[in-house]
Design a binder for this molecule. Structure first.
Ligand code: PGA
Length: 255
């Protein structure tokens, strides 16, 4: 079974809603020929979701929409938080969960990640669950066991249909925004191990279907090297997703 490549742009805390609309329109002109073959997603800040959703719908674009976070409760007194149905209401398809910046600056744990992963599925969306090791963990040669534990705890309690739809983004923390990357082979080793972990939890069909993305300093110049690896099913892109031409170059590398 061949998995559909997914290239998702994580805009982090960079775009106003107007800037997001322009970015989507510029991107559309460049990737329109690709989106039958490669799934393209953009993940604006919460404040940009409504405008992005509207331009995607009105212009009939085959671009998926993702949020960068979500609370797991259906509603409640959680000032500043956003609930699942607020995102489905805006036709979000994906939610990034457990990005290393959320873990580092907002105290997310594997337990909160798991609450969110299950709530995203519960609302009918698909989580892009981020995992990845620090430089200290890598230098201690503990990357695979660390990431395996993140996957086991973060993706616990799903049913096998959900596990098959899951997207896991392997993002070594030391590669995010730094210009440094692992070799494609080293990235593939961790992606393969993530797939095997999902297989051990949910069975071989889930292992075959789960999509594992690489993230961390992906650019048009290096994307194809990662995409050529057998266990890499696309990319989660930060900095290079903020310019239409560089993001489009990454999408084209996935063809
Ligand atoms: P980067 O970020 O592409 O700027 O390294 C990736 C990410 O944080 O998802």
């Amino acid at each position: 079974m061949s998995r559909r490549m997914l290239v998702a742009g994580n805009w982090k805390m960079f775009t106003t809603s107007g800037e997001g609309v322009i970015l989507i329109q510029d991107l559309t002109g460049l990737v329109r020929d690709c989106w039958d073959e490669v799934e393209v997603a953009v993940c604006p800040p919460f404040t940009g979701l409504k405008a992005a959703s509207t331009v995607i719908e009105i212009d009939g674009l085959s671009i998926a929409l993702g949020a960068q976070d979500m609370h797991w409760e259906a509603e409640g007194a959680f000032t500043g938080a956003v609930a699942p149905r607020m995102l489905t209401d805006l036709r979000c398809n994906y939610v990034i969960v457990g990005h290393s910046e959320r873990r580092e600056y907002f105290g997310e744990t594997n337990e909160t990640v798991n609450n969110k992963v299950r709530a995203v599925f519960g609302a009918g969306m698909v989580p892009i669950m981020c995992v990845g090791e620090s430089l200290a963990t890598r230098e201690a040669l503990e990357t695979e066991s660390f990431v395996r534990n993140q996957v086991m705890e973060g993706a616990a309690g799903l049913d096998s249909a959900q596990a098959s739809k899951l997207v896991v983004a392997y993002e070594p923390i030391w590669a995010i925004g730094t210009g440094r990357t692992p070799t494609p082979e080293a990235a593939n080793d961790v992606c393969r191990s993530i797939r095997a972990t999902i297989g051990a939890m949910y069975g071989p069909p889930a292992a075959t279907s789960v999509r594992v993305l690489y993230g961390g300093s992906v650019k048009p110049e290096n994307a194809k090297m990662f995409f050529d690896e057998p266990d890499v099913d696309g990319a989660l892109v930060g900095g290079a997703a903020l310019k239409a031409d560089s993001f489009a170059g990454i999408v084209k590398a996935a063809l």
